[in-house]
Design a protein around this ligand. Structure first.
Ligand code: LCS
Length: 389
């Protein structure tokens, strides 16, 4: 990265002179690219000549998005996908074979958990979940057949924090790659590769897009790893992003820093208010000074981002009644959008996780997750407060 983050994200990898002076990156909405001759086609397929072939294998709009993402995550290269789950599955499949083992954080997005269950039943690829509290417990959890460490931090939806520098240090001893799902922070707030981790994943559906209008995923890593994924799990499984969706993400990226500042300041205000409320029994937010992981969060994140988890006095019935009483705050899964969204993880995003595992992750029936949008925080609080009352 040459310029500061906020400038690089707006300008990286784009020269308007190459595109008829167009300020915005053009959308190359084409499925295929023409060759001057049969021989040129042969050379492009053989990798002997640069140039595009077919949009599943590469597209100029998508490439511009990938270059921007690699730059802001401080990686060599990036690949964009049609969903966060396409990015997660391509990465995990690239890193494992039958009978391998994956060590995961104690808590993952519900469909990532579901993918691991499927890989276990079909290919005997097993996974364990670890709190990763310290080096010793992490070392003990690594098995001879472990081929990668896979973490979310903050964890969806409990907002627990994993110490990325510590995990990267231990993983190096065992020569294991560390994959970090960075969806809940965004590259503006946390850059796992700078902390020694190896691969970063995003559900770009969330903060990268930022406007609730696109489903997409990104993987960032070394040139070697990205080329391997591009030529195997992406090319042959085919979860490629469309040029238009890549364009939406480029547009979203340009405002990422301003949005993240506002998501974070809104969330900090709401956390203060929730903690004072008599019907709230617990509040989980990385940048709350009373959070047991506050020091780790401060060390690796610039701000706490927009998502807060909190527990209501009561159970599922009370949580659902609370959601139903909200006025402009929308009941919806997803996060990182301009609109404030609220959901009940036990019956929504994490309903596929069996109850026992769910409770081990800390997802009780009284847990609610809110993604603070970009509205005035006073209005967000007024809606929450009237529903709590
Ligand atoms: N990783 C994390 C941490 C996620 O939260 C999600 C989606 C994914 C991967 C998958 O990304 P997608 O395919 O949806 O783009 N999380 C969701 C959530 O919490 N509510 O709705 C989706």
């Amino acid at each position: 990265m040459n310029k500061r983050f906020e400038s690089e994200i707006i300008h990286h990898g784009y020269d308007s002179k190459e595109h008829f002076d167009s300020l915005a990156t053009p959308i190359y909405q084409t499925s295929t690219f023409t060759f001057d001759s049969a021989e040129q086609g042969e050379q492009r397929f053989a990798g002997e000549q640069d140039g595009y072939i077919y949009s599943r294998l590469g597209n100029p709009t998508v490439k511009n998005l990938e270059e921007r993402m690699a730059a802001i995550e401080n990686g060599d290269a990036a690949l964009a996908f049609s969903s966060g789950m396409a990015a997660v599955s391509a990465t995990i499949i690239a890193l494992t074979k039958a009978n391998d083992h994956i060590l995961c954080s104690q808590g993952l997005y519900g469909c990532t958990f579901g993918l691991l269950e499927m890989l276990h039943s079909k290919y005997n690829i097993s996974s364990d979940f670890s709190f990763m509290e310290n080096e010793e417990s992490l070392r003990e959890a690594i098995r001879p057949e472990t081929t990668c460490i896979y973490v979310e931090t903050p964890i969806n939806p409990t907002m627990k924090i994993i110490d990325l520098e510590m995990v990267a240090r231990v993983a190096k001893e065992f020569e294991l790659p560390v994959v970090v799902d960075n969806t809940f922070s965004s590259p503006y707030l946390q850059r796992p590769l700078d902390l020694g981790c190896d691969i970063v994943i995003h559900s770009a559906t969330k903060y990268i897009g930022g406007h609730g209008d696109v489903i997409a995923g990104i993987v960032v890593g070394s040139q070697e790893f990205i080329e391997e994924v591009a030529m195997t799990t992406q090319k042959d499984i085919g979860g490629t992003i469309s040029p238009f969706d890549a364009w939406l993400l480029i547009r979203g990226l340009k405002t990422l820093p301003v949005r993240m500042d506002r998501h974070s300041s809104n969330a900090e205000k709401i956390v203060e208010k929730l903690k004072e409320h008599q019907n709230i029994t617990a509040v989980h937010y990385p940048f709350d000074p009373e959070n047991p992981s506050y020091e780790i969060a401060k060390k690796q994140m610039k701000l706490g981002a927009g998502v807060i988890a909190f527990e209501l006095d009561g159970g599922k019935k009370e949580a659902q009644a609370f959601l139903n009483r909200l006025s402009f705050i929308k009941i919806a899964v997803s996060l990182g959008d301009t609109e404030t969204l609220i959901q009940h993880p036990a019956t929504m995003t994490h309903s596929v996780v069996p109850e026992e595992s769910r409770l081990q992750m800390g997802i009780t029936d009284s847990l609610v997750r809110i993604s603070c949008g970009l509205e005035a925080w006073e209005d967000i609080w007024a809606d929450l407060e009237q529903a709590l009352r």
